[in-house]
Design a binder for this molecule. Structure first.
Ligand code: NAD
Length: 279
């Protein structure tokens, strides 16, 4: 899909009430696209949608039936959809072996299954109407490796879900090749959002209140480095639009990720070299 022109595009965004999702909606709107917002946080969604003068309908991405209804409604109201941003996400922290099934179901239910269920009605509608389209999944730098800088945050469960988002992008790209439906995966580094706060509040079944430390578990030096690398959600949205315009599959947002990705590739290379040495 050609994203050099955005004023003819119709965009659906999940997790659009706050952070990166709200910034994506703002950026597309500013470029002349029509946007439809969705989020589980009703009140914040109303405020964000009102500020953008755009439609917004509350929906929990863990509920595929209501998700399908909202995507169908967006399709009807905007007269079709060109791009779906499956962006809603949460984080949980703690040693992986101590994560409960409830915790894993919570994070996989939103970050992995919720993203896939967002794509299902969109692809169905595109196929029924024989239209091209594009899917933008929000992954993370944690989809590409376990960045050294944030390893002490103990976000192994989050890492698992975000690697699965990258795998999902691969699977969808292969499946949808013949349908004219493209796939990209946005892989941000640290972004100044209320991700930890919103996630804890949602898990506890209440509205987000009060600040939380998004770098819990890190020493002062690492916290300072993460702080210095953090960018605004609007900067991430600008990178996302640029990546779509360039037709990228993986859209990274922070150059420092390169060192972590190279370290991962070096580990794979070491395994392959050892295999070759046996021959
Ligand atoms: N903040 C970062 O440093 C960072 C870095 C890389 C990737 N990400 C990813 O970016 C995406 C957006 O996160 P953010 O940092 O903007 O945080 P955020 O909390 O500001 O935004 C996430 C939004 O998703 C919504 N959401 C959560 N669970 C939902 C559900 N079940 N159904 C519908 N909506 C739900 C929240 O209400 C919130 O508005 C997430 O997928 C996150 O994993 C964030």
């Amino acid at each position: 899909m050609d994203f050099s022109k955005l004023d003819d595009k119709r965009v659906f965004v999940t997790g659009a009430a706050d952070g990166i999702g709200a910034a994506l909606a703002r950026a597309f709107r500013a470029a002349g696209a029509r946007v439809f917002l969705s989020d589980v946080a009703e009140e914040r969604l109303r405020e964000t949608a009102t500020a953008l003068d755009a439609p917004g309908v509350a929906c929990d991405v863990r509920n595929p039936t209501s998700l399908a209804r909202v995507v169908e409604r967006a399709w009807r109201e905007l007269g079709g959809l060109d791009l779906v941003c499956a962006n809603a996400g949460v984080v949980v922290q703690g040693p992986l072996l101590e994560a409960s099934r409830e915790e894993l179901d919570f994070i996989f239910g939103i970050n992995a299954w919720g993203a896939l269920d967002t794509c299902r009605p969109f692809v169905r509608l595109l196929r029924e109407n024989k239209k091209p389209g594009h899917i933008l999944l929000t992954g993370s730098e944690a989809a590409l490796s376990y960045p050294e800088l944030i390893r002490d945050m103990q976000i192994g469960a989050y890492l698992m879900t975000k690697h699965s988002v990258l795998a999902m992008a691969d699977g969808l790209r292969a499946d949808l090749r013949g349908d004219g439906i493209g796939v990209s995966v946005l892989c941000p580094g640290p972004v100044a959002t209320s991700l930890s706060q919103n996630s804890s509040a949602l898990r506890a079944g209440r509205a987000a209140v009060g600040p939380v430390v998004p770098t819990a578990g890190l020493g002062p030096e690492a916290q300072a480095r993460v702080g210095a690398l953090s960018v605004s959600p609007d900067q991430i949205a600008a990178r996302a639009l640029e990546g779509l315009r360039r037709g990228l599959f993986v859209i990274p947002t922070h150059p420092h990720i390169a060192a972590d990705v190279e370290a991962r590739h070096a580990e794979i290379r070491a395994g392959l070299d050892a295999l070759a040495a046996r021959a």
